[in-house]
Design a protein around this ligand. Structure first.
Ligand SMILES: [Zn+2]
Length: 100
């Protein structure tokens, strides 16, 4: 038996029963359609044999993403990805700023 199953929301370590994907606080942030999708794909006992369906994993992932987005955690990751392209011109463009 796994003793430490916790909420799957990014950065959350709240313990939750294995059959639940997230703690109640985070679960509430998941759009209703996605919540329904997660439960639809859920198979009783999957938390015991550790073999959730691909559908469940996909739905779970989408739910985790949705929560991260609502909490602004995904944005910062995206920002990190975008930053290089924001600064790349000055690195590769070769000082056309007129300051040289
Ligand atoms: Zn949580």
């Amino acid at each position: 038996m796994s003793k430490h199953h916790h909420c799957h929301a990014i950065g959350c370590v709240r313990p939750v029963p294995p059959k639940l994907l997230m703690c109640p606080g985070h679960w509430r942030l998941v759009p209703e359609a996605l919540r329904a999708e997660v439960w639809r794909a859920y198979r009783p006992g999957q938390e015991k044999d550790k073999r959730p369906s691909r559908e469940y994993l996909a739905a779970a992932r989408a739910a985790i993403d949705a929560v991260a987005e609502r909490e602004g955690k995904r944005r910062s990751m995206a920002a990190r990805l975008f930053m290089p392209s924001l600064f790349a011109p000055s690195l590769f463009g070769g000082g056309k700023g007129g300051l040289g």
